[in-house]
Design a binder for this molecule. Structure first.
Ligand code: GRF
Length: 214
């Protein structure tokens, strides 16, 4: 079976990218990262990719600012990079730009994101802080398909963690991040195995077929 071709979009430290690379190295994720793209030239995620010999591309948003529709023009440039590398599944991993409808349509049902809360609770920025301020007793993370509504796409996997009395933004974020690193590679593997089906706003996960020698 040819391995799934990924394109990963990052804007920052890239620890989720690292967890995907680690899962591929460990053999729990059968996939290949064709390219890592960033809107930030100094994103640490780019360095992580380079350390593993993965191609990186920085797409500078600045030159697009002059255009009539800067966001769309920028996304078309990113799309060109992804398409020219044969990307089959787009992974948003701490990508701090809102992607345009044209981009989402080009990879409809083929783009995932991870969000640090149990969606639909606490969408948007600073989800961990939102959970603390709301007084939630449980929070977590969500891997979902990307649709036009922000953080609204069909949920693939979620993991819950407790919110403790003395939690700070940092301690809660760290507890959630540990789970992000576990479920993101898992969700990608499920996709690669062809076990995810989107039905309306839900994702069905097909049970794995157990191999038997008898
Ligand atoms: C993660 O918390 C992820 O859930 C959110 O952005 C953060 C990215 O972290 N979308 P990293 O760059 O993968 O370390």
């Amino acid at each position: 079976m040819a391995s799934l071709v990924l394109g990963v979009l990052v804007s920052g430290r890239g620890s989720n990218l690292q967890s995907i690379i680690d899962a591929m190295v460990a053999g729990t994720l059968t996939a290949r990262i064709a390219v890592v793209v960033s809107n930030k030239s100094d994103a640490f995620g780019l360095e992580r990719a380079q350390q593993h010999g993965i191609k990186t591309v920085f797409v500078d948003p600045k030159p697009f600012k002059e255009q009539a529709n800067p966001r769309e023009a920028y996304d078309h440039a990113v799309l060109d990079v992804l398409k020219s590398h044969g990307v089959e599944l787009v992974i948003l991993a701490g990508y701090m730009r809102i992607v345009t409808a044209a981009f989402i349509q080009a990879y409809e049902g083929k783009m995932m994101n991870i969000h640090p809360s149990l969606l639909p609770s606490f969408p948007g920025l600073h989800a961990q802080k939102q959970a603390l301020e709301w007084g939630a007793k449980v929070s977590g993370c969500t891997v979902h398909f990307v649709t036009e509504g922000m953080d609204e796409g069909p949920i693939i996997l979620q993991a819950a963690v407790p919110v403790l009395e003395d939690d700070t933004d940092e301690t809660l974020s760290a507890r959630i991040l540990e789970q992000e690193h576990r479920i993101y590679p898992e969700a990608i593997q499920l996709y690669g195995e062809g076990r995810l089906t989107i039905e309306g706003r839900c994702t069905q996960i097909e049970e794995s077929v157990k191999q038997s020698n008898t």
